[in-house]
Design a protein around this ligand. Sequence first.
Ligand SMILES: NC(=O)c1ccc[n+]([C@@H]2O[C@H](COP(=O)([O-])OP(=O)(O)OC[C@H]3O[C@@H](n4cnc5c(N)ncnc54)[C@H](OP(=O)(O)O)[C@@H]3O)[C@@H](O)[C@H]2O)c1
Length: 322
Amino acid sequence: MTDKKIIAVVGATGAQGGGLARAILADKDSGFAARVLTRNPNSAKAVALAKLGAQVAALDVDDPESVKKAFAGAYGAYCVTFFWDHFSTEKEMAEAKSMAQAAKAGDLRHVIWSTLEDTRKWVPLTDDRMPTLQGKYKVPHFDAKWESNHFFTDAGVPTTFLLTSFYWDNFIHFGMGPKKNSDGKLVITLPMGDKKLPGIAAEDIGKCAYGIFKAPSAFIRKTVGIAGECLTGAQMAATFSEVLGKEVQYNAVPPHIYRSFGFPGADDLGNMFQFKHDFEEYFCGARDPKFARSLNPSLQDFKTWLASNKAAIPMEDAGASA
Ligand SMILES: NC(=O)c1ccc[n+]([C@@H]2O[C@H](COP(=O)([O-])OP(=O)(O)OC[C@H]3O[C@@H](n4cnc5c(N)ncnc54)[C@H](OP(=O)(O)O)[C@@H]3O)[C@@H](O)[C@H]2O)c1
């Protein structure tokens, strides 16, 4: 038992939730405790968090009763869904609904819902600059998250709606790292033209979330956005070149080419990048690194993140040094 305020962390063995769990556990004198929620309490990641002092509890977000049990007795919860595990907006919305209802049932005092914009407010379904996907979305993994916001507001859950950014970790885990082109040059490929992409170290999302939990009155019923830095593809490529010590170029493909790449979700991501490109001013404006740094003073910029993570980026060797 603890007299600390328990934060129940969904996805605590993953990127967003993991950062939050570690931020809470690193702050030994705080008034907060981390409850790590996982489908497998015996996994190496769950056990590692337990060793740092976390409570570990079982959760399957697809089972509403399990979500209620996992949130019971907590002060707050970090709620995130896992679109790329199943590609289903229906599943994502059902999971968000279960979490909102469990937060209500447990009378939680503060919930952070990791959401994203409804891109259809900027690009209505009638706008054919990008294809409509699954019959009713422009960017399914964005639109379904925003469409889920009402589960939290309807239930009267004291919620902060957190707009996250592109993880730089996608260069490690999502196959987006530098690849050799037909000339043997290393390139990063993004359909962002000359526009800026807000990005963040995934670990910093959780650290920012912790800053939000520490200041509930400032953030309940608010929508806030975070990024580590907003950079063009050319700026990211230049940072890669500098940090890796070998030239990396930026390949700015048009969004329709990106959509045709054929990997699962390429159409969704092509539309997403096109939205970020076409509405750069709004999208970057909603994710101010200065604000994120006020929540998390150790917020990393891209160069700092890359210097610490370059060894983990799978990369074809282009041979020549810059
Ligand atoms: N990649 C990006 O650039 C980016 C940017 C912004 C937003 N997002 C959004 O981030 C979300 C994913 O968050 P993430 O990256 O933190 O996820 P993640 O790293 O893939 O972590 C997912 C964790 O959640 C747990 N999990 C998966 N299915 C579960 C279930 N049914 N019940 C309970 N736990 C489950 C897994 O833990 P166990 O195996 O231990 O149960 C896993 O460790 C997506 O919806 C995506 O749209 C991604």
